[in-house]
Design a protein. Sequence first.
Length: 139
Amino acid sequence: MAVLMDEKEHAKKRKKFTILGIIFLIIGFGLFFGGPILAFTTGQFLFALISMPAFLFIVPGFIMLSLGTQRALAAFTAQSAGPVAVESAHDFGRPVAKEVTSGVKDGFTGENSEMYCKYCGNLIDGDSDFCKYCGKKLN
């Protein structure tokens, strides 16, 4: 059985990942931009090779930074987008549910009070022979 870490230990590890990520990114971007700058200012183009190992710091830096800030970003997203998502899901669900239930009722009763024109897509009476919007024959 795995023993879960307490919240304080998690917070310490997240802080370490965040700090290490920032340090790695600073070193990586320093190498990436520093090598060419040194090469052009000194005239010795071998300094441009300094920028080659920059990605060995940049990629782990982004990974560590994302591990350190993942919980904070998830909490922010849940707090800011969560209520909006729930509200829009409710607003979207109501019309769809009404449409489905009315379709089921029509299917059971054999009524077809409304339908969509296959030419223009407007809602028309189910027993119409012609569309009142585009005038084309339906049956």
